[in-house]
Design a protein around this ligand. Structure first.
Ligand code: PEP
Length: 256
């Protein structure tokens, strides 16, 4: 069995008007291709989440957020809680993105708290993990992945693991136009599947393993055809409706 999730991470791009235009395009594609089996998710900036939630209500398009805080409410200036997002129609929340880890100093302990809180609200966390170029060059890629998974997934059991989506995003491939090669992605995803099944048991076979890092309509076929790749987390190419929809179309070919 091979499921697919194609997720667009719009990062800090698009105002409300631009978000709506982009969703109009993607929604048009999703409605025209009524038999789509891939899950399709868009993660706009917070300011557009409510408006997009209204647009996609009762459609097959899914809505995600790029971050959250783990407390329910209170004196946390500038933060957004999970129930606030849920109210807007959000089903998935990205956590641990390398940009948050590096620019905003988000550490594994916080990422783990967010992950557990998201599950408590019955939403789906998309946990991003990945190595820097230095770490890869030093042969530490798998150690880094194990360390992140051990810390970020602390408290999960064999029953809850399948509710988590994991995005393997080599930091050096994000936004650089240099994707990991087919061989690098295959090795990393086989390793992740094996590690997760070893740690959590059989249900980890159902975890969506996304690849992220300069995924585009040009390399989608090469990457999405890999056995343990269940879709992509897409930044740059998700801001162009035609590129994003072309990636969705490619994903459809590999659903078994
Ligand atoms: C991302 O934002 O998670 C990402 C993978 O970006 P890009 O596709 O632009 O590399």
């Amino acid at each position: 069995m091979k499921n697919m999730l194609i997720a667009g991470n719009w990062k800090m791009n698009t105002n409300v008007f631009e978000s709506q235009k982009l969703v109009e395009y993607i929604l048009g594609f999703v409605k025209t291709n009524a038999t789509l089996k891939s899950k399709v998710l868009v993660c706009p900036p917070f300011t557009s989440v409510y408006a997009i939630g209204q647009m996609i209500e009762n459609t097959k398009l899914l809505l995600g957020a790029q971050n959250c805080y783990y407390e329910e409410k209170g004196a946390f200036t500038g933060e957004i809680s999970i129930p606030m997002l849920e109210y807007c129609g959000v089903s998935h929340i990205i956590i641990g993105h390398s940009e948050r880890r590096s620019y905003f100093k988000e550490e594994d302990e916080i990422i783990n708290k967010k992950l557990l809180a998201i599950l408590e609200y019955n939403l789906t966390p998309i946990l991003c993990i990945g190595e820097t170029l230095d770490e890869r060059n030093q042969g530490k890629t798998f150690d880094i992945l194990i360390n992140q998974l051990d810390k970020d997934l602390a408290g999960l059991t064999g029953d809850t693991i399948e509710r988590v989506v994991i995005a393997y995003e080599p930091v050096w491939a994000i936004g650089t136009g240099i994707s990991a090669t087919r061989e690098q992605v295959q090795k990393a995803h086989d390793f992740l599947r094996h590690f997760l099944v070893g740690k959590f048991g059989e249900k980890a076979n159902r975890v969506y393993l996304l690849y992220g890092g300069s995924l585009s309509e040009k390399n989608a076929d090469e990457i999405l055809s890999i056995e343990n790749v269940n879709g992509g987390l897409i930044g740059g190419a998700s801001l162009k409706g035609d590129s994003f929809c072309s990636i969705i179309q490619t994903a459809e070919k590999y659903i078994i």
